[in-house]
Design a protein around this ligand. Structure first.
Ligand code: FES
Length: 101
């Protein structure tokens, strides 16, 4: 059964074409808003551990603020071969943003 926990509220979500990081338990989650579509993935860049939620969005990808690797927030994949972070299902319910971990 799906196990959703509250991540944040709808009003705290990043604006269109921005990303933001949110604490969730003992980790941080990168939430991206690509043209109004919200998605969530692991916040830690697999290159050197950069904070993806502090990056900008360019052409639908979250750009790591440290060295510019581009991550697809829907699939968790970067342009580097085999580089993939976890993605999480999110849903909005009564103004709360729920995440499935
Ligand atoms: S740490 Fe993300 S690109 Fe280097």
């Amino acid at each position: 059964m799906a196990n959703f926990t509250k991540l944040t509220t709808e009003s705290e979500l990043p604006p269109i074409n921005e990303a933001k990081e949110f604490p969730c338990g003992d980790k941080l989650i990168c939430v991206a808003n690509v043209n109004g579509e919200i998605s969530a993935m692991e916040n830690v860049c697999l290159h050197r551990g950069g904070p993806l939620g502090q990056g900008v969005i360019s052409k639908g990808k979250v750009v790591c603020p440290w060295h510019g690797w581009e991550w697809d927030p829907k699939t968790g994949e970067a342009q580097a071969p085999g580089a993939k972070v976890a993605v999480y299902t999110v849903k909005i319910e009564n103004g709360d943003v729920m995440i499935e971990l």
